[in-house]
Design a binder for this molecule. Sequence first.
Ligand SMILES: C[S@@+](CC[C@H](N)C(=O)[O-])C[C@H]1O[C@@H](n2cnc3c(N)ncnc32)[C@H](O)[C@@H]1O
Length: 219
Amino acid sequence: MDLRLIISKDGSHTIYRKDIDETYHSRHGAVQEALHVFISKGLKEIEKPKRPINILEVGFGTGLNALLTCVNSTSEVNYIGLEANPLSIKVLDSLNYDATVIEDNSHEVFKNIHNSPWETLCSITSLFSIKKVETTIQNFEITQPIDLVYYDAFGPNSQAEMWDISIFEKIYKAMRPQGVFVTYCAKGQVRRDLKSVGFVMERLEGPPGKREMLRGRKL
Ligand SMILES: C[S@@+](CC[C@H](N)C(=O)[O-])C[C@H]1O[C@@H](n2cnc3c(N)ncnc32)[C@H](O)[C@@H]1O
């Protein structure tokens, strides 16, 4: 796979995949986008239960969303990150997220997330555990009730199969009532498909460089 490291507008790295002409995060600011879409409009918006929050990420990629969740969560989190094509340690080591996500423990957290073995639930901090699974969302059986979904697939124009309504149905069924689904994608067809499987949909202001994003709730 031809992968190139690029610096996005907020100074944080993202990865460009040449074969599909896609980046892992926005060129307008990778950290800014992840903070806006997944942390502000997702993690910070769910009701805090007295039990751990189960988060499912579709497209674990660089682990940036996982890092930001770990350093921003005040509740206990069990994080499941699905990834069809894990990045090599060499690529992951070249990312500057521990320098751009300025938290005391971000370097340690990022390293530990990536050093944790795949297919195993690993404790990273007292509040954050992660299980990275090398699989596709299509083949993954969701066995835990999910509170929050980060849908971070490549866009519908380059990977249409990731936006198939059958995936949304499967995710909706696995979610708890009051569960929240967030994605950077704002395409009308995606919004209509999410609505048709049962989500109550909102169009929200997007991150820098993007007008809108989508959030769905299971009532
Ligand atoms: C936009 S990037 C995700 C960025 C990531 N969330 C991060 O924090 O770096 C999309 C990711 O989805 C992965 N992917 C592609 N097909 C997939 C599938 N069928 N199931 C799960 N992940 C998939 C890609 O390999 C890529 O890592």
